[in-house]
Design a protein around this ligand. Structure first.
Ligand code: KIV
Ligand code: ZN
Length: 511
């Protein structure tokens, strides 16, 4: 890839480091088969380069890069890259790990800021240049495509950066990465500094693809990366969901959306796969982005306040700057005390409930009073506001009795209904699964389980298990909640709570 120089919208090279900078960060460690799954998804997504790991860092990481190189580094697949410190053994390990890939890159780096040179290396600026040049030359004996990074460029003297980069290009580096390792620069500072280095290098008659790799310590990773792109950097390093060391790296979904929606740059990313890529990473790492995370957070396209609901009902673009479906995510209307009358009216219509104006007025007032006291509102709460009714407890959990059966689990669950006490036994892959199946037999309803979340109230083993279960029937969706010292009991109670809510809706329509 050559850095273009024309007036067209420039092409951004997307360098994904989810499997290296993302994976090395606290809590995000992935197993080799999981890394391979992510690498396959990244390839499908259309990233240009996958930084698959840091080969020398552990035998597991080496094997994983090697496997990705074999299986994902196909002729029409992405470039497979391994990180290497500016140290001979690192470069050798990186070269070996990426060997099977059709397109391969070695990414070598050394810190160039005075803070790192004095504080970490206890060496001189000249020593740093020597190490960089040696590593690049060594990498060149294995591959043509060599990337060099001036770690902590954000706090490195700009003229010294020009000196290092000049030597790096002369030694054979084809991509020069200028990372703001600790997210120090403001967007305008990043623009000026990146532009300065690129111009000085070009004045010398030298060139390379310039790259940025910015961290989010002050929440500026995406903004500084965009400014660097505007200043002439053509490669942007990023991660899915913005995972990475400390406060994370520049997030891929944000970068890709800004470049596309603001017509700043083109990428090869199939944006419709962003939602599923984010979900896959969360499923594997068990860490979900914060609800208000741009593009992929659960609230990124959720509208709850009345003014906003009214706006998007009239014209989506009022509060949606992009079409969520272009990013494989959905726009939703949620309800709470600040929701609007129009949205509530539409909600009743979508539930096939026709109310007179007077009935709607009453329901709307009831709903505001009710939802003021709730953390979350579901379809049963909305319907119950029509007559200000309580949701009756049709079924009540009494007890469960686990029966271990040759490695399989069997559980008997006893519940109380209006017809008296009933019990059923079922088997499953654990006590919860077996018990939920037993409850399903008892209540005989055609429901779909949409989400099941268990968390703890506090860190101790004496903590209460908190369960939240979302189920649906027809177009209705309800959330059952419970907490109990015993997590299994809490799960069964939450499921029964959800069933009671569905029951309430069914009875509303029957009457
Ligand atoms: O943040 C950083 O500087 C890095 C380098 C290795 C590119 O991760
Ligand atoms: Zn980094």
């Amino acid at each position: 890839m050559k850095q273009e120089e024309n007036n067209e919208i420039p092409r951004a090279i997307i360098f994904d480091t989810t499997l290296r900078d993302g994976e090395q960060s606290s809590g995000f460690h992935m197993l080799p088969e999981e890394k391979l799954q992510i690498a396959k998804q990244l390839s499908k997504l259309g990233v240009d380069i996958i930084e698959a790991g840091f080969a020398i860092s552990s035998p597991g990481d080496f094997e994983s890069i090697n496997q990705i190189a074999k299986e994902v580094g196909t002729p029409d697949g992405p470039i497979i890259c391994s990180l290497a410190r500016a140290v001979e053994e690192d470069v050798e390990a990186a070269a070996k790990a990426i060997e099977p890939a059709h397109k391969k890159r070695i990414h070598t780096f050394i810190a160039t800021s005075q803070i790192h040179i004095e504080g970490k290396f206890k060496k001189t600026k000249e020593w740093v240049i020597e190490q960089a040049v040696k590593a690049i030359k060594k990498a060149k004996t294995y591959v043509d495509d060599v990337q060099f990074s001036c770690e902590d460029f954000g706090r490195t003297d700009k003229d010294y950066t020009v000196e290092v980069v000049t030597e790096a290009i002369n030694a054979g580096a084809t991509t020069i990465n200028l990372p703001d390792t600790v997210g120090w620069l403001t967007p305008s500072e990043c623009y000026e500094k990146v532009k300065y280095v690129i111009e000085k290098i070009r004045e010398k008659g030298l060139d390379a693809i310039f790259s940025v790799h910015n961290h989010n310590d002050f929440g500026m990773g995406t903004a500084t990366s965009i400014e660097a792109f505007k200043a002439g950097a053509r490669q942007i390093e990023c991660t899915i969901n913005g995972i990475g060391e400390r406060a994370g790296n520049t997030s891929m979904e944000e970068i890709v959306a800004i470049l596309k929606e603001r017509n700043i740059g083109k990428t090869n990313i199939n944006t419709q796969l962003i939602g599923e890529s984010s979900k896959l990473l969360s499923k594997i790492t068990k860490i979900y982005p914060q609800p208000n995370k741009a593009i992929v957070g659960k609230n990124a396209f959720a509208h709850e306040a009345g003014i906003h609901q009214h706006g998007v009902q009239q014209e989506k673009k009022t509060y949606e700057t992009m079409n969520p479906e272009d990013y494989g995510v959905k726009s939703i209307i949620t309800f709470g005390p600040r929701s609007g009358r129009n949205a509530l009216k539409s909600k009743f219509e979508s539930l096939n409930i026709n109310l007179t104006e007077d009935q709607f007025q009453t329901a709307s007032t009831n709903f505001i009073n009710k939802s003021d006291k709730l953390k979350e509102v579901d379809d049963a709460d909305i319907i119950s506001s029509i007559n200000n009714s309580e949701i009756p407890i049709h079924h009540e959990f009494i007890s469960y009795h686990p029966i271990h059966n040759n490695g399989n689990y069997e559980v008997e669950v006893k519940i109380k209904t209006q017809d008296g006490e009933k019990s059923e036994t079922s088997s499953g892959n654990g006590q919860v699964d077996a018990g939920i199946k037993a409850i399903k037999k008892l209540i005989q309803k055609n429901i779909e389980l949409q989400d099941f979340k268990v968390s703890s109230e506090s860190p101790g083993s004496d903590s209460k298990g908190i369960t939240k279960i979302t189920i649906s029937k027809n177009s209705w969706k309800v959330v059952g909640k419970s907490q109990d010292n015993d997590v299994v009991t809490s799960s069964f109670k939450a499921f029964i709570d959800a069933i009671n809510r569905i029951n309430f809706i069914e009875n509303y329509f029957k009457n």
